[in-house]
Design a protein around this ligand. Structure first.
Ligand SMILES: *[C@@H]1O[C@H](CO)[C@@H](O)[C@H](O)[C@H]1NC(C)=O
Ligand SMILES: *[C@@H]1O[C@H](CO)[C@@H](O)[C@H](O)[C@H]1NC(C)=O
Ligand SMILES: *[C@@H]1O[C@H](CO)[C@@H](O)[C@H](O)[C@H]1NC(C)=O
Ligand SMILES: *[C@@H]1O[C@H](CO)[C@@H](O)[C@H](O)[C@H]1NC(C)=O
Ligand SMILES: *[C@@H]1O[C@H](CO)[C@@H](O)[C@H](O)[C@H]1NC(C)=O
Length: 789
């Protein structure tokens, strides 16, 4: 008789595992402050001098607006010159030492009178650029980072693969005593001694393996340091996520000598409680039984925030199904005031792939940041194109360039990356061009084939709306271009008897010219369990994030690695929640979530809209990024919040038609749903999603004033296409007594057909705050389960 198998499901970690070669390894070079010294001034009038500086800078950076943004100082009295934030390319333009390969992108400009361009040596780079991108620079004194004493005193629990405690990112230097509310502890095990490996940063470290072993049915391979039966991290994922949330400042960190700078977490003074629930098998697996046990312990221990970069693949379990340890465990945590932050999943860009969708969870999608890795490709005719790659090797001077043309009848059989078959005699010492309609695997396999046959480089033409994937080690150039550039290169090859190409090392472009996007892989809504509950809630950086890792991580360099995934996005938000919690210790998880969602960026502060990678690339909508990209400084002062408590969650459970027994078991109290049907549209979320509008629907929301007591908010409505939206009342008047007000929203449509989703918003504003709720509406004239005679 076989052993009865427990019903616990396995949960998988949500980070991207690439094939052979390096993870997204990047050159980190940012716009640095440079001093452009112009010698003697040309005008006596300082205003004219300053104007001329602005004109000069504008000619380099393409616009006057950007020039004003980048200008740091204008020197106009003793001498003429200015200090401005310039990228390498811009510096070279100014200095007139522009190398030929950039010519195609940056017009060469004659700038008369430039004497010298001097890099400013005082500016310190943040290697973890994501925090600067989010407005949390440690150099500024008045942002949410400083107003919250960097999260001091808040305890962030991380459910993951454990921790590498020796990493400098977990130094407790300068931290005060362990918060007195803390009831947790550190547990010993293989190569883990609480007395040595826990400190005032890592204040708890436990491991939960019984559920996993029961499921796994074979011994865990602990030889060759594949895994440790202890809180120690063999995988690296847990160390990475913990250091993103709450890593201490570590100076002079780099990846292979690149990107030297300071690395840190979102809340560098918050404490970490490590719950190892995932084990290093097949990239990381976690049993729901262990996850649920960890919730139980963490609630008792006294964590304030929980960060979970794991989840189940769809179909989603119901919220009351104990095979989903996350939905149930997080319900208990949230109703006790603990914010639970979870990853959205990496199954994008396809619809309805978002995981962890219970309305009490704060669900995080992944975005890129304002950074690109441009790699020049120069053809024998001297034309240069810019591709994307992470090629950090030496420039590859002019070599033969080949495209494997078709031999048989099918003209499309040639040059397809995923079925590339090349002989060493054909490609040795050469660069190969191929085309693909697929992504990751095709690119990786083509790079391996070419490299094996002795080729020196690969140019891959692919769908431009897909994310950049690294396809080989950093020293083998594998450059991605879109079909337009790929076609131009192909025509060049066909136009000449001896096509040649030169490949230069990748350059990092950072700052304004690069817009942030929702990452290709990030899972999308609508929520397949409850479409009226918008998921994801928010997006945060999750592409090429440099953070601490285990030395056993094969992608690491001196204990740090760049990883991508919604796994990296969730701890960004966990760190930010810790900051908000320090400023507002009495806010509920729902209030904090509302503050994040209603202040998130739909456009980057530079004014540039946020796109979503996918097919086709488009402006991001709420199913890509919920309210938008997280804006920590806005979240610290949202004005109004949409609060929720246990009663609201029970209303949701009743509206989901779970039976009373199941609900009572979940809530731990006898619960009878009201006899009239509960409306899921009435759940007090900071967003409104109507999946099945016919004619007209009215719903209500309640807001709580958390700003100045006497304030008046007015509604600004952006109706979704084909609908009219009205709000009653359309002004909310708060005073010392009136803190909470309820309003109704009526959405009407004239559509008499089933439509897709259209998007709009409802924003309450008092002139200072903008409390924006995304509004998504689909007309369902004929329900999918209706009978048609
Ligand atoms: C355990 O891992 C080591 C190192 O990778 C390997 O050599 C060994 O074969 C594995 N043992 C089992 C039982 O899989
Ligand atoms: C920074 O790192 C480099 C290379 O690892 C080393 O040579 C240098 O001494 C370090 N500087 C400081 C201030 O630690
Ligand atoms: C390309 O540029 C180089 C150097 O500028 C020049 O010597 C060469 O003749 C040019 N070749 C073509 C085909 O224009
Ligand atoms: C930080 O505090 C300063 C001073 O009280 C205040 O002016 C500023 O708005 C605060 N910023 C944030 C993001 O909390
Ligand atoms: C409630 O649901 C559970 C599990 O789905 C089921 O076992 C039970 O019989 C149901 N109870 C009622 C009263 O329908």
């Amino acid at each position: 008789m076989g052993k009865a198998r427990p019903i616990w499901a396995l949960v998988s970690l949500l980070f991207l595992v690439y094939g052979n070669g390096s993870m997204m390894t990047k050159v980190e070079a940012t716009s640095k402050v440079h001093i452009v010294y112009l010698g003697e001034k040309q005008h006596d009038d300082p205003i004219l001098t300053t104007n001329s500086h602005h004109d000069m800078l504008a000619s380099v950076v393409e616009s006057k607006e950007m020039a004003s943004e980048l200008m740091v100082h204008s020197y106009k009295h003793g001498f003429s010159g200015f200090a401005a934030k310039l990228t390498e390319c811009q510096v070279q333009k100014v200095a007139r030492t522009l190398p030929a390969y950039i010519l195609i992108h940056c017009k060469f400009l004659e700038l008369p009178g430039v004497v010298r361009v001097i890099p400013n040596s005082f500016h310190k780079l943040q290697t973890t650029r994501s925090w600067d991108f989010l407005g949390l620079s440690s150099h500024s004194r008045v942002n949410a980072l400083h107003n919250s004493s960097m999260g001091d005193g808040v305890i962030i629990g991380v459910f993951d693969t454990g921790i590498w405690p020796e990493s400098k990112s977990f130094s407790d230097e300068g931290l005060g005593p362990i918060p007195s509310s803390w009831k947790g502890f550190c547990e010993s095990g293989k190569r883990f001694k609480p007395r040595i490996h826990c400190n005032r940063k890592i204040i708890g470290a436990r491991w939960f393996v019984d559920g996993f072993l029961a499921d796994y049915d074979q011994p865990l391979n602990t030889s060759a340091n594949q895994e440790f039966l202890s809180p120690r991290d063999a995988n690296g994922h847990g160390t990475h996520t913990a250091s993103i949330a709450a890593g201490s400042f570590v100076e002079n960190v780099s990846y292979k000598g690149l990107g030297l700078g300071t690395v840190r977490g979102g809340a560098p003074r918050a404490r970490l409680a490590i719950y190892k629930v995932c084990w290093n098998v097949l990239g990381g697996w976690c049993s729901a039984a262990d996850v649920l046990k960890a919730f139980d312990e963490a609630i008792h221990d006294g964590v304030d925030v929980l960060s979970l970069s794991l989840g189940y693949p769809p179909p989603l379990f119901s919220d009351t199904d104990k095979r989903d340890g996350i939905a149930i465990g997080s319900f208990h945590a949230v109703t006790k005031g603990i914010t639970v932050v979870c990853s959205a999943g990496n199954a994008g860009p396809f619809s309805q792939t978002v995981l962890n969708t219970s309305p009490w969870i704060l669900n995080v999608a992944a975005s890129t940041i304002d950074r690109a890795f441009l790699t020049p490709i120069t053809l024998g005719n001297n034309k240069t194109f810019l591709g994307e790659a992470t090629f950090t090797g030496k420039e590859i001077g002019f070599r033969s360039l080949i495209y494997p043309e078709a031999k048989g009848l099918d003209p499309n059989s040639a040059g397809v990356c995923q079925s590339l078959s090349v002989k060493p005699s054909m490609v040795s010492g050469k660069v190969v061009l191929c085309f693909t309609s697929m992504t990751l695997s095709a690119v990786i396999s083509a790079a391996e084939v070419v490299k094996e046959a002795g080729g020196v480089g690969l140019i891959v033409a692919k769908n431009p709306s897909n994310d950049l994937y690294p396809c080989a080690d950093d020293a083998f150039p594998c450059i991605e271009v879109d079909y337009e550039i790929g076609t131009r290169i192909l025509y060049y090859i066909r136009s000449t008897r001896f096509p040649i190409v030169k490949l230069s090392a990748s350059k990092t472009i950072v700052g304004k010219p690069v817009s942030a996007k929702v990452a290709f892989f990030s899972s999308r809504g609508p929520n397949s369990k409850a479409p009226a509950i918008l998921k994801p809630d928010i997006a945060a950086p999750g592409v090429s994030i440099l953070a601490a890792t285990s030395p056993l991580d094969r992608f690491q360099d001196d204990g740090y690695a760049m990883h991508s995934g919604t796994s990296m996005a969730a701890p960004h938000v966990a760190g930010i929640v810790a900051l908000v919690k320090t400023i507002h210790p009495d806010w509920s998880p729902a209030a904090i979530r509302s503050a994040l969602v209603t202040t998130a960026w739909r456009n980057h502060p530079s004014g540039f809209p946020i796109f979503a990678e996918g097919s086709p690339q488009k402006l991001a909508n709420p199913f890509d990024f919920g309210g938008g990209i997280v804006n920590p400084n806005g979240a610290a002062d949202p004005g109004l919040v949409y609060d929720m408590g246990t009663a609201d969650y029970i209303n949701y459970l009743c509206a989901m038609d779970y039976n009373s027994t199941a609900i009572s078991r979940l809530t731990g109290q006898s619960t009878v749903c009201p006899s009239e049907e509960s409306s899921i549209l009435g759940v007090n979320l900071p967003s409104i999603t109507i999946p099945n509008l016919r004619n007209s629907i009215t719903l209500t929301r309640t807001v709580t004033n958390v700003g100045a007591s006497n304030s008046i908010y007015r509604a600004v409505i952006e109706p979704p296409f084909g609908t009219s939206v009205s709000v009653k009342p359309n002004a909310l008047v708060f005073d010392r007594k009136t803190k909470k007000l309820t309003f109704s929203v009526t959405v009407t449509t004239a559509h008499q057909v089933n439509t897709g989703y259209f998007f709009g918003s409802i924003t309450w504003t008092d002139g200072v705050h903008s409390v924006r709720s995304p509004l998504s509406v689909r007309t369902e004239f004929l329900q999918p389960y209706s009978y048609v005679n």
